[in-house]
Design a protein around this ligand. Sequence first.
Ligand code: F6R
Length: 362
Amino acid sequence: EKGGYEHYMRKEIHEQPSALRQTLAGRLDVDGGDVDLDVSFPPGFLADLEEIRIVACGTSYYAGRYAAQLFEELAGVRATVEIASEYEFGAGRTPDRTLVVAVTQSGETADTLGAIRRANAAGARTFAVTNTLGSTVTREVDGTAFIRAGPEIGVAATKTFASQVATLAMLAVAVGRDRGALSAADARSVLKDLQGLPGAVQQVLDEENQVREAAREYQDSEAFFFVGRALGVPVALEGALKLKEISYDHAEGFAAGELKHGPLALVTPDTPVLAVLTEGARADETMNNVTEAQTRGAPALGCVSAGEEYDTLDVSFDVPDVGIVEPLAANVYLQLFAYHVANEKGRAIDKPRNLAKSVTVE
Ligand code: F6R
């Protein structure tokens, strides 16, 4: 059932092009510059919307961090992200002008369900983005969009992260179009990026040997730091989470600009820095921060937009040009890196110690 793969995780990483095609199937109206997600809101609700608040945990929280930036940019609406276990409706907000969006692969995460119940109790409109038909969350919200990634068996989320972000990007376009915040031409350009994503992810997967080599070279490092800016931040955080979960190595993600405000003290020749250096991630500024780490002896690995070059990098991974979802393609390199480091170490990749696929306790 692993289809010839040694681990579900590697199978699911490789399924991303087809999972993403499923996510997008029949939902993009590229010519018309709109999407059809089959979701509806009360008349005038989106026009009057004050804030989108995303609640989620773990990898889904990072998908939410990516999406919040898209909602602000494409839908012209304030968007914030809250770790579900910390979420409270809070002061100074208007319940009937707030949309609370739960992002949850399983639809069963207790912390996320708790957040949705608090949002419902406050009178906010609620929405779920999930992979799981009939899951608990779908019964507790006002509307749902399914990510259609197919079942994910590996405890570490991979293909569902990509499909969550793609679904949320479509939702951002839909909201932006409805609110008149996004022109048809700008929408079209985002939809073309989305359309190109499955092929771009395939191109990244085709470079797996390069990633395996890098994993072999750096696997014994003391710690791993992941950095990015803008859309690169959630990807850096997700890259670090993936590596720590399955390799048990110390890995941390930062906004690249924060390196110099503390974490730089940890940087040595034995702590590689992995950077997201793509479109949407303020690559040149990020590279300046990477250089600060290199000055302290750290090796630097970068996921770089095709056609760009940072010749001081120790390893450079090419990311195909897919605009606003380029950092999502870069993330696939980080998934492969985590996988191969863990695999070299013989870890229990599909069932890491102490972790469960679905966390049903608060
Ligand atoms: C990480 C991972 C977890 C989940 C988190 C939320 O690889 O899988 O961090 O993302 O437990 O789970 P869902 O999305 O099911 O709510």
